[in-house]
Design a protein around this ligand. Structure first.
Ligand SMILES: C[S@@+](CC[C@H](N)C(=O)[O-])C[C@H]1O[C@@H](n2cnc3c(N)ncnc32)[C@H](O)[C@@H]1O
Length: 270
């Protein structure tokens, strides 16, 4: 087994933190465990050799590295109080105030699609037949191409869907011949997937665009400054009155951000 030296470890950790915000300082074993086979397959003798390739900005290698070192665990209807808040507060507010009937939602760090597809189901369930009057767009982004490929297939194992309300399972999933679950076409077409590194500046078209941003269980890997900067960029991307949903184990430092705290894991741009 190829082991990583102290200096190689520092170099790789610094690279991931600087470019992707991901802090792997305490993940030495994870790095060795997930990368070792890959290095051996490539006939490399050390992590140093691999780092040299990465530092040449080899896009394909960097994609593989990100796929290996990100943690993508997710499931449908995760942290369900966000969906309850959507139904009881956000969508009634939109019905009352949003004359354009255009609703923009961003799932930032969407992993394999369970989060944006649950959101699309929640919108469909809330609006019912009135949904046809609305132009709802869900942008779903991640840095890992692997998870996005899975999301675009929109086929899931039973384990991942078990938290969904039974009526949603019936309405929005079709069972495949091999016992998996395929997302219904009307839900799938509401979600647009794309690669986006949250460390990059937001494109100017994002300004004041989103009614809701989900960024849940992504910032846990970021250091405090990286989190604060990202939250400020989200503030610019959200419409006045719009909401930011974060993971329940995450926080927004109130003195460093203009967001108003609403309740655990929910903030509003006022
Ligand atoms: C644990 S998953 C969370 C998925 C979903 N939001 C949820 O709560 O179930 C975290 C995701 O964040 C993505 N991620 C990590 N750093 C990122 C970055 N700098 N830009 C975009 N996505 C990132 C990872 O690739 C991973 O898919």
């Amino acid at each position: 087994m190829i082991t990583i030296t102290d200096s190689e470890f520092i170099e790789l950790v610094t690279f991931m933190k600087k470019n992707y915000g991901i802090n792997l300082e305490k993940k030495r074993q994870l790095i060795e465990g997930r990368m070792c086979n890959l290095l051996e397959k490539k006939g490399m003798k050390s992590f140093g050799e691999y780092i040299t390739v990465i530092k040449r900005n080899n896009v394909e290698e960097i994609t593989t590295l990100i796929n290996k070192l990100t943690t993508n665990h997710t499931f449908f209807y995760r942290e369900d109080n966000h969906y309850k808040f959507l139904k009881e507060i956000v969508l009634p507010e939109q019905e009352k105030n949003n004359r354009t009937k255009i609703l923009n939602i961003w799932s930032a760090g969407c992993s394999s699609g369970e989060e944006p597809f649950t959101t699309a189901m929640a919108l469909d369930d809330y609006f019912g037949i009135k949904k046809a009057q609305w132009n709802t767009k869900i942008l779903a982004t991640d840095i890992s191409q692997n998870v996005l490929n899975k999301a675009k297939k929109a086929i899931y194992q039973e384990d991942s869907i078990k938290g969904l309300p039974p009526t949603w399972k019936t309405k929005y999933l079709n069972k495949t011949e091999d016992g998996k679950y395929q997302i219904a076409v009307n839900i799938k077409k509401q979600v647009q997937f794309g690669v986006f590194n949250l460390m990059n500046p937001m494109p100017s078209i994002y300004k004041n665009k989103y009614h809701v941003i989900f960024c849940r269980n992504v910032m846990i890997y970021f250091d405090q400054k990286t989190k604060n900067d990202l939250i400020n960029r989200f503030y610019e991307a959200i419409q006045p009155g719009g909401y930011l949903f974060i993971g329940h184990s995450e926080t927004v430092q109130r003195e460093k951000s203009k967001f108003k705290y609403i309740c655990p894991a929910i903030y509003q741009k006022v």
